[in-house]
Design a protein around this ligand. Structure first.
Ligand SMILES: *Cc1c(COP(=O)(O)O)cnc(C)c1O
Length: 371
C-alpha cells in the first residue's frame, strides 16, 4: 500500500460533521453506549482518522469486521472498546484477548474451540453473541442452543467474559416495516426470559433513527449516519439533519487552450471547440472512482465544470469556462464557494449508493482530519 502525499489530492474527514451526526443519532435513539462501525477502512473514509474523529466526538466503542482492523486501531493508540462483528477463526482468540478486542460468537462449536485456545490466558476473552433473527447471515437461530451457549460461556470464568448479545436487521431503512417487525418478534421469541449479557444491541443507524420506540436502544451500532449519509436517503426523515462528512478535493495541475476538434483522453469521446480551456487533475479511476463519473460536474471557484473524456487511471480532464491558474482548487465532493457536491450526487451520477462510492476510494488517497 502506498499513500500518495506528494500530489495535491486528498480526502478530508470533518470532525465537527461526525460529531453533529453522532449527536443527532444519540438524540433520536437515547443511546447510552454507541458503537461506530469503522469496518472496511471506515466505509472508505479512512479507519484511523475516522476512529479518531469518532472517539473525539464521544463514541463509546468501535466496531470492525475483521480482527486485523481492530489491531490496526490498537496500533494507532486508540484505547476504546473494539468489537469484531464478523467471525474470527478461533485460533486467534488469544491474540484478541491480549489486545482487549471483543469477538463475536455465532455458534457453540466456535466457543468450544476458542476455549481450548484460551487456556492460560491472562484476561478473559470478551465475547459478543450473535443472534440471527432473519438476516440469515450469522448467529444462533435456536433458543435452546442459544441458552446453552450463554450458560457455557458464563461458566468459563477467566476464559470468557460474556459481554454482549446482538442481532442485525435486514431491512430497517424502508417504509416497508413487515420484515423489521418479524425480526423484532423473533428476537423476543429467542431471548425473552433468558439471562442475557450486560450489553444488548440490536440497532444499526436506521433502526436507531426510525425504530427507537420499538426496540432496546441503550446500546446501538451506528454506521451510515455518522458518515453523513441519511440511511433512508431522505425517505423516512428529511435529510437536512445530516451534515456531509467527506470532502474529496484536488487541484488543477495542467491547463491548456485547445483548438476546434481536439480529441480528449482515451478513445476521444470528447472534442473541444475552438479556444476551449481544458484542465487536468491528478485523480482517476485508480483512486476508486467509477469511470461512469465522466460528465459529473466538479466545482472550481464556485463554478460547475464537467469532467470530460474517459477518466484515466490517475488523471481526469475538466472543461473550464475560462482559464484558471495551475494550483486552483477542484472540489469533486464537498463545498466550494457556496456550491456543494455530496456522495449522494456522485452515487446518483454513477448509479450506486453513496456508501459504495466512498467504500471504493483507494488507500492511495491520503486521508486527513479537518475541522
Ligand atoms: C455495518 C454494520 C452496522 C452499521 O450499519 P449501518 O447500516 O451502516 O448503520 C451495524 N451492525 C452490523 C452487524 C454491521 O455489520
Amino acid at each position: 500500500m502506498v499513500v500518495a502525499i506528494t500530489r495535491p489530492t486528498r480526502v478530508i474527514v470533518s470532525k465537527s460533521a461526525v460529531k453533529h451526526n453522532l449527536d443527532a443519532t444519540r438524540d433520536a435513539s437515547h443511546a447510552k453506549f454507541m458503537w461506530l462501525a469503522v469496518k472496511s477502512n471506515a466505509y472508505g473514509f479512512g479507519i484511523i482518522p475516522m476512529s479518531q474523529a469518532a472517539v473525539e466526538a464521544g463514541v463509546d466503542g468501535l466496531a470492525v469486521a475483521i480482527l486485523d482492523e481492530a489491531l490496526a486501531i490498537r496500533q494507532a493508540g486508540i484505547t476504546v472498546q473494539i468489537l469484531v462483528l464478523g467471525i474470527t477463526p478461533p485460533g486467534y482468540a488469544k491474540l484478541a484477548a491480549e489486545y482487549d478486542v471483543i469477538l463475536t460468537v455465532a455458534d457453540q462449536n466456535w466457543l468450544t474451540q476458542a476455549h481450548d485456545e484460551l487456556a492460560g490466558v491472562e484476561n478473559p476473552l470478551q465475547i459478543n453473541i450473535a443472534v440471527d433473527t432473519g438476516m440469515n447471515r450469522i448467529g444462533f437461530t435456536d433458543r435452546e442452543q442459544l441458552a446453552d451457549a450463554l450458560d457455557y460461556a458464563r461458566n468459563q470464568v477467566g476464559i470468557f467474559d460474556d459481554l454482549g448479545i446482538m442481532t442485525h436487521f435486514a431491512e430497517s431503512d424502508s417504509p416497508k416495516v413487515d420484515y423489521f417487525h418479524k425480526q423484532v418478534d423473533r428476537w423476543h421469541e429467542l431471548t425473552d426470559g433468558l439471562e442475557l449479557p450486560r450489553m444488548v444491541h440490536l440497532a444499526n443507524s436506521a433502526a436507531a433513527l426510525y425504530h427507537a420506540d420499538e426496540i432496546p436502544t441503550d446500546v446501538i451500532r451506528a454506521g451510515t449516519i455518522a458518515y453523513g449519509i441519511e440511511p433512508s436517503q431522505g425517505e423516512l426523515r428529511d435529510a437536512s439533519y445530516v451534515e456531509p462528512v467527506l470532502t474529496l478535493e484536488t487541484e488543477l495541475n495542467f491547463v491548456k487552450q485547445c483548438h476546434e476538434g481536439d480529441g480528449v483522453s482515451y478513445g476521444h469521446t470528447y472534442y473541444t471547440s475552438e479556444g476551449e480551456w481544458i484542465g487536468t487533475i491528478p485523480l482517476g479511476y485508480g483512486d476508486g472512482l467509477s469511470r461512469k463519473i465522466q460528465g459529473f460536474d466538479v466545482i472550481i471557484e464556485g463554478e460547475r465544470c464537467p469532467l470530460i473524456g474517459k477518466p484515466a487511471m490517475d488523471q481526469m480532464m475538466v472543461a473550464l469556462p475560462h482559464a484558471f491558474p495551475v494550483g486552483t482548487k477542484v472540489t469533486v465532493i464537498g463545498k466550494n464557494h457556496g456550491q456543494e457536491n455530496t456522495l449522494e450526487d456522485v452515487g446518483a451520477h454513477v448509479g450506486v449508493t453513496p456508501w459504495e462510492v466512498s467504500i471504493h476510494l483507494q488507500e492511495r488517497l491520503t486521508r486527513v482530519l479537518g475541522k
